[in-house]
Design a protein around this ligand. Structure first.
Ligand code: UDP
Length: 431
């Protein structure tokens, strides 16, 4: 396994940003975990939401006295292909895994566990993220572990879910963004509901002035004098980029000068399908010069993502399945009005009509785009409400607090009491 380095962060830096009381609550919870070794494992160090979360969560855990580390398994193309299919199975697109796929999946997990044992990697608590590495704990001989389910598992392939369930049973507790992701877990007391969060202090989320955002966007070929709608997301079938193009085409009937940007830097090692989706989206866009498709990681970095999330008139995240959708919280944090697909964790983040708009199809997405472009007062008030909602519920210290509670509960062996306190997905912060 490969250790992923992270930057140093101090909890005190969030003081004045997150609600009062959260910092002191974290500090007192952390006292129970001083010196504990907590090891996070996932599939890939970059690209996608899990890597994004761990970059901040791991150093924040260290800042409160925990010996936290982050590892990824050895990259392997065949394994990543199976991992992607597994992801599709959990999100429910009718795909399945062959016997060979399952053998390869288990073998790579076993190999990774052996590699960890060979270098003497141990932990008081293992935090294992997503299904790719779910069986790892079994091969580590089931030390105390928590499995974190980041995907939208509301309609999974039931046979695959059943197969995975035997590996879930190795874990003392399971964390998921929404209660319905693991509805039939036969030991529901072990499920702790905690949606992810964003880090307001990283450069990608520092507030960017509108002039600077426009300047960056102009450098990417966007006309700063015309309205812009953007979706910032990996090129992935569940993010429905085709539906975004449909919505843009419909909205352009009312707003003929509208521009669309589909922004997704191709960085995730394990996302072998992204190129296929990108090719298809290019074709679907049909050479429209007002559809900007940006994917080169040498061009799209943190500043550019920030500029799109801050400088677009409307951000769309038209997913049809979404475990959480960090991009929604990210744009809301920048005060930009967001239209989200009415699914998974997006439903948790957008209170329809108040902190954003939820849509079920391209036609309603188009209507929402036109509404927000024509009514700038509404757009502004939704943007402000969205930002406040993220401040209260979806910033990194709240997620740290949840992980600390889970860790305390697992290490003290009283999982069900935490479960009962936190079963409701919202509100996430009391004050
Ligand atoms: N992201 C990025 N550059 C891009 C596209 C996405 O940095 O070009 C980031 C985005 O800011 C977010 C993460 O990738 O932090 C995506 O997380 P999300 O939960 O929205 O979706 P996932 O990719 O995990 O399905």
């Amino acid at each position: 396994m490969i250790r992923v380095p992270t930057q140093e962060i101090q909890l005190a830096q969030y003081s004045g940003v997150v609600p009062e009381g959260l910092i002191s609550g974290i500090t007192s919870a952390a006292k129970k975990l001083q010196g504990m070794r907590i090891v996070h494992v996932n599939a890939t160090p970059v690209g996608g939401g899990v890597a994004e979360i761990l970059q901040s969560l791991v150093p924040l855990m260290c800042s409160v006295g925990i010996e936290a580390e982050w590892y990824v398994i050895e990259p392997d193309d065949a394994f990543f292909r199976v991992g992607k299919t597994l992801h599709h199975c959990l999100q429910g697109d009718g795909e399945s895994l062959s016997h060979d796929d399952i053998a390869l999946y288990l073998k790579h997990n076993e190999k990774s566990a052996n590699a960890a044992a060979a270098v003497g990697l141990t932990a008081d608590l293992w935090l294992i993220h997503d299904a790719q590495v779910l069986p790892l704990l079994h091969y580590l001989n089931a030390p105390p572990g928590v499995w974190v389910c980041h995907v939208d598992a509301t309609r999974p392939n039931t046979i695959i879910m059943e197969f995975l369930r035997s590996y879930m049973s190795n874990y003392k507790m399971i964390m998921a963004s929404m209660p319905e992701y693991l509805p039939e877990d036969n030991n529901a007391d072990r499920v702790f509901v905690s949606p992810p969060a964003i880090d307001p202090l990283i450069p990608k989320h520092r507030l960017l002035g509108s002039d600077q955002a426009r300047e960056v966007l102009a450098g990417l070929g966007i006309d700063p004098g015309r309205p812009l709608v953007a979706q910032v997301s990996r090129f992935d079938r569940w993010k429905d980029p085709w539906g975004v193009i449909d919505a843009y085409r419909l909205a352009r009937k009312d707003v003929p000068t509208l521009q669309l940007a589909l922004v997704g830097a191709m960085t995730a090692d394990d996302d072998y399908e992204a190129q296929e989706v990108l090719n298809s989206v290019h074709q679907y866009a049909g050479g429209d010069p007002d559809i900007h498709i940006l994917y080169d990681p040498a061009v799209i970095g943190d500043l550019e993502v920030n500029a799109f999330q801050s400088g677009s008139d409307v951000i769309v995240q038209k997913s049809i399945r979404e475990g959480f959708g960090l991009t929604v919280a990210e744009a809301m944090w920048k005060g930009t009005p967001v239209i989200g697909g009415n699914c998974g964790g997006i439903k948790l983040q957008i209170n329809d009509g108040e902190t954003g708009l939820l849509v079920n199809d391209a036609a309603s997405c188009a209507r929402s785009i036109v509404t927000l472009l024509n009514d700038r007062t509404l757009a502004r008030s939704m943007g402000e409400a969205g930002r406040e909602s993220v401040r209260r519920s979806f910033l990194m210290p709240r997620l740290l607090r949840d992980y600390l509670h889970v860790a305390i509960s697992v290490l003290n062996g009283n999982g069900s009491s935490v479960h009962s306190q936190h079963q409701a997905a919202a509100p996430l912060i009391d004050n």
